[in-house]
Design a protein around this ligand. Structure first.
Ligand SMILES: [Zn+2]
Length: 351
């Protein structure tokens, strides 16, 4: 069942982005006990996912964790950049493609800074789904080339991410196509919540869970996953969520006049799920921290030297952790989950 976060109205689990009132939707599960089963990939959590009998390929695998001391904090890096398309987006894509296949939808529109479109293109190809990807003229060249090689039809748009989002929505409406933006898609969050399930099985519950936060799909996935574990009686407390934002593009923290466009994956000034994101921070006694371009560069350099070849957006989580250690908000002896969201192998410039 889908439930509107604004008015509470419910809908059956068909592909749908928003409530008739304009509010955002989340999937509500049947509330069974936690039953991970069999496979070492996302099929392990099928009992907790709104997927029917059609299981798309490739199936995103369980990603490893790597524990490293950062100052006196135990950092749990989750290597999400090792997914088939090189980003955590594969989790949400996989659930979405399963849903689309189940409904016989074979042509869709989405907008992206690169990773979400790339991920979708990779899974859409074997599934026989035609993809229209709306992207900025400023999108990284390497990602656009890859998109085209995967058969996506690229539509360039002039303007910031919110403008691109609007253009894609209008195009879908005009052509009678399904718009699958991950910013609103409730099934995308069903995929990203499995990060919490995996971390729970691999480590337990960290004190803090960091998320590079633009549209909020990772933050909300972590929130929903840990929340479901609590509802199923597996854990007593949720980790405190930390939304890490790029300066100049803050939606939860106070907006800075200096822009950090290096973290392009989270350069989203007006995300549509803002109320859901605020709720996630409120319910977990969470917080928000904003990082600058130079702080992102510093963290990216540290990660590279530690053997993590990631893209700049991934590095903001570590930059945020450093900042909160320095201000004393994260005390010595804490544990902190830092998902490394996207691969640096897709970029030959700027890492
Ligand atoms: Zn509603």
């Amino acid at each position: 069942m889908l439930r509107c976060s604004r008015c509470g109205r419910t809908y059956p689990e068909t592909f749908r982005l928003t409530c008739d009132c304009g509010g955002t939707l989340l999937v509500e599960g049947p509330g069974a006990g936690f039953t991970p089963f069999g496979h070492l990939d996302m099929r392990r959590y099928l009992a907790h996912l709104p997927i029917g009998s059609l299981v798309p390929v490739p199936v995103p695998g369980i990603t490893p964790i790597s524990e490293i001391e950062v100052g006196r904090v135990r950092a749990i890096f989750k290597l999400e950049y090792l997914h088939p398309s090189g980003s955590f987006k594969d989790r949400g894509t996989w659930v979405t493609v399963a849903k689309l296949l189940g409904e016989g939808i074979d042509e869709v529109v989405l907008d992206s800074s690169g990773n979400a479109a790339l991920s979708f293109a990779l899974y859409a190809l074997p599934a026989g789904i035609k993809l229209h990807a709306f992207i900025s003229y400023d999108a990284r060249r390497e990602k656009v080339l890859l998109l085209q090689k995967l058969g996506a039809i690229v539509h360039y748009v002039e303007g910031d991410r919110t403008v691109i989002h609007e253009r894609a929505r209008e195009y879908a409406e005009e052509k009678g196509l399904t718009y699958v933006t991950h910013w609103l898609n409730p099934y995308f969050i069903e995929g990203t919540k499995t990060i919490a399930f995996e971390v729970f099985e691999q480590f337990g519950v960290p004190d803090y869970a960091f998320a590079p936060t633009g549209s909020g799909t990772l933050l909300l996935g972590l929130w929903k996953g840990f929340r479901e574990l609590k509802e199923m009686g597996e854990i007593a407390e949720l980790p405190r969520l930390v939304a890490v934002q790029a300066s100049g593009y803050e939606s939860l923290c106070e907006r800075s006049p200096f822009t950090n466009s290096l973290a392009d994956g989270i350069a989203i000034p007006r995300p549509p799920r803002l109320d859901d994101m605020r709720r996630a921070l409120r319910e977990t006694n969470g917080m928000c921290v904003s990082v600058s371009r130079s702080e992102t560069e510093g963290a990216l350099s540290w990660l590279k030297r530690a053997g993590f070849l990631v893209e700049p957006t991934s590095a903001v989580a570590l930059a945020g952790l450093w900042k909160l250690i320095e201000t004393g908000e994260i005390p010595d002896g804490s544990s902190a989950l830092l998902p490394l969201t996207g691969s640096g192998l897709k970029l030959t410039e700027g890492i």
